[in-house]
Structure formats: C-alpha cells, structure tokens
Design a protein around this ligand. Structure first.
Ligand SMILES: Cc1ncc(COP(=O)(O)O)c(C=O)c1O
Length: 413
C-alpha cells in the first residue's frame, strides 16, 4: 500500500497546504535518493505509517486499558492490549509498557521506577558511547543523579569489565546501566547482572540499539538479566518513533506508574497502534531474515571499510552498527561527514576509543530494508573511501548514489 505516496500526493493536503505538502515530498525525495546510513534510522512499513496517520491520533487516553481517565477508550484499549501482548511474546517478558513517547522517556521512567534523586548510577561514560540519559550534565539524568562512568578499552574498543567491577565495588551504585549509542558488539548481560548482584544494584539495560536484533533472534536478549529493559521502537525494530519498557511482574506496577502519571500524560494511541503493527511484523520469519541480513551487511561493510584503510573500532561488528576512524584517509570524522553529506551519504560522527578526534558511525538497518546486500555494501565502502580520499568529486559521487538508490526504492512509487 503506497501510503507515503498517498500522504504526499493526497489532494487534501496539497489543496489545503501546498507549502507543507512540498516539505513531505522533499523529505520523501531526500530519503529515497540519498543513502541512509544513520545507525538509529530505518524505513517503517506502509502499514506502520498507516497506523501513525490514522484517526487514533485524535484520541485522548490517559491511564491504561480498562482504567482510563477519558471516555470512549474501548477501541484504543484493544490497540494497546495488542501492543503489550505482542511485545511480551516477542521478547519473552512478563510485563511490557508501550506508552513511553521515546527512548529517553523510557529511560526517565526506569530511573523514576527504581531511583531517588541523588542516587549513584554507574553507566557507560558519554565520551565512550553512553547516551545523554546516562548522566550528561545537559540532561535530567546528570542533574538529578550522581553518575559514575565506566569506559571502553582504548585499544580494543571493548567494555572494560575490570573497570566496571572496580567502580561498582567502590561506588556501590543503586543502579547499573548497560547500553550505548555506538557499541558495535554484543554486551555481556550476564556479567553486568553478576556485578549488579554483587553490589546490590538494579540492572537497567538500555537496549535502544540492539532490541530489533533481539527481536530477530540475532543478538542476545537482556530480558532475562535486567530488572528493566528500556528500548526504542524505531531503529532496527522498524516501528514508529517511540519507546517501551520490559520488566518482570514484580516491577510492573512501578514501571507503569513511572510512565503515567509520573513522567507522562496521555498515551499517543496512534503510535501505540503503530508499535503493535511493528511488533506483529517483527514476530515473522521475514523479519528474522531481515535482522540476519542487517548484521551480515554490517559485517561486509565493516570489512570493506577496513580494506579501504579506515580503522574499524573493535575490528568489526556483531550488530547493525559500525564505528570507524577515517584518519588514515587524511580526514577527521567531522570533515568526513560533511564531504559524504555532499555526496548524498548520510551518517553520523561519534567518539572514538583510541583517539580524541571524532570518528564515523554507520548502520545498515535502512539500506537492508531497501533490499541492499553484500555487493551494495562493498560498493558503498568503495564510494565512501573514494570521496574521502578525494578520488571522486561530490557531483560524481552524488550521481552514483542516485543510481544505487534508484534500484532500491524504500517505498513503492
Ligand atoms: C542507547 C540509547 N538510549 C536512548 C536513546 C533515546 O531515544 P530517543 O531519541 O527516542 O529519545 C537512544 C537514541 O538513539 C539510544 O541510542
């Protein structure tokens, strides 16, 4: 169902607000003619977009199914129950809360459920790949809690387990957070559980990045180990932008109350319906095949980038995500991102374990949804390196990207 097409071309929007219709059209054009290598992005299905653009967007629904503060919730209750049941089944969790508006809201709710202001929390430091909600002074987390940061080894790029254990013993945190915006390997959840138990801390897994791979059976699940798992529903999971929390039955009520009424108001029922659609999709064999291909593509891309001379952090990847230092090609990460943007290759910068300069962060979730495979990954690595070396000018590279993306449209035209 060509929903995007319908959205953009819909007579109703074009007639009423041509200026906005042009924005939607422009963004569709940008997404389909440039390469989306931002590790946190993906293309949701037309069915997910249909739920997002549905009249459920009109409904106010404070509270939870069967216990709302508004009338008329009997139909949207069905959507939320479906989303919760599908999330529980997909991840083998006793309880799921699907109301968190975003990944950050999910983390805020996890802290609200387990901590009090001033508590000590041990999390991956921001310069090592921790998220803003893991103790940034610019974020509520850094203001309200006393964060201690662990790191990754400068040479291997892997989480420094000895440091985690030592810091936990020294600081006796109330919670330990494991999760990152830029870690290309699987985390050892059993290790974090062991350390948390040793010092009497809660374990919060912020699985925003790997949760889609968990759904697809290609990454280990934090659910059996963490007291609370926070996640986003976009990224590899391919749902709408949003958050969710998973936990055991004993924390269910605390988690639900931490989301509503403690940190949020009315649930966004169109997004919750879209989450239900995405969880349904993620339970299919087709999604498992997709998740496996995402990782296969990331491994091929990482190896090809290394062949081109970039320094690939940890020497490769287990996931959808790659971080790499372009310095051997004569450019730093920020310059590289600008050169690549001009060529239509869209990606992010990130911190590097082994250097002060920024590196590049890439992901294969979106290009895999488009149907690209190993051959295209090698092509992308070659193009990227050639742009950074100055071997291909921006106009030539832009034309190459247009040609490649034209063969893999993200949505039916
Ligand atoms: C580890 C981690 N936590 C939390 C978030 C926050 O998600 P959101 O941008 O939906 O608030 C992200 C987003 O990329 C993330 O990677």
């Amino acid at each position: 169902m060509p929903v995007t097409h319908a959205l953009v071309e819909a007579d109703v929007l074009r007639r009423q607000d041509p200026e906005l219709a042009d924005v939607l059209l422009g963004e569709r054009e940008r997404q389909s003619t440039t390469l989306q290598l931002i590790a946190a992005e993906n293309f949701t299905s037309p069915a997910v977009l249909a739920a997002l653009g549905s009249p459920l967007a009109n409904k106010y629904a404070e509270g939870y199914p069967g216990s709302r503060h508004h009338g008329g919730c009997e139909i949207v209750d069905v959507a939320e129950r479906l989303a919760v049941e599908r999330a529980r089944a997909l991840f083998g969790a006793e309880h799921a809360n699907v109301q968190a508006h975003s990944g950050s809201s999910a983390v805020l709710a996890a802290y609200a459920a387990l901590l009090r202001p001033g508590d000590t929390v041990l999390a991956l430091g921001l310069p090592h790949g921790g998220h803003l909600t893991h103790g940034s002074p610019a974020n509520f987390s850094g203001r309200w809690f006393d964060f201690v940061g662990y790191g990754v080894d400068a040479e291997t790029g892997l989480v420094d387990h000895d440091q985690v254990r030592t810091l936990a013993r020294t600081h006796r945190p109330k919670a330990i957070v494991c999760g990152s915006i830029a870690y290309p390997r699987h985390l050892d959840y059993a290790f974090f559980r062991e350390v948390a138990d040793e010092v009497g801390a809660y374990l919060i897994a912020d699985a925003a990045h790997p949760i889609g791979l968990v759904a697809g059976g290609v990454a280990p699940s934090p659910v059996p180990y963490a007291d609370i798992v926070c996640a986003t529903t976009h990224k590899v999971l391919r749902g709408p932008r949003g958050g969710m929390l998973l936990c055991g039955g004993e924390l269910a009520e605390r988690v639900d109350r931490a989301v509503f009424p403690f940190t949020q108001g009315g649930a966004q029922m169109h997004t919750i319906a879209a989450k239900a659609v995405a969880f349904g999709e993620a339970a299919t064999p087709a999604f498992a095949a997709y998740a496996h291909q995402v990782v296969a593509n990331a491994r091929t891309l990482a190896a090809a980038l290394a062949d081109e001379g970039l320094i690939v952090t940890t020497g490769g990847t287990d996931t959808h995500l790659i971080t790499a230092d372009p310095a051997p090609l004569g450019v730093d990460g920020r310059t590289a991102r600008g050169l690549l943007a001009a060529a239509g290759v869209v990606l992010d910068c990130c911190a590097l374990p082994h250097a002060d300069d920024r590196g590049l962060r890439l992901g294969t979730a979106a290009v895999t949804t488009q149907g690209m495979g190993a051959a295209e990954m090698r092509l992308v690595a070659g193009l990227l390196a050639s742009v950074l070396r100055g071997g291909t000018d921006a106009a030539r590279a832009r034309a190459d990207v247009r040609e490649l993306t034209a063969a893999f449209p993200p949505y039916p035209r």
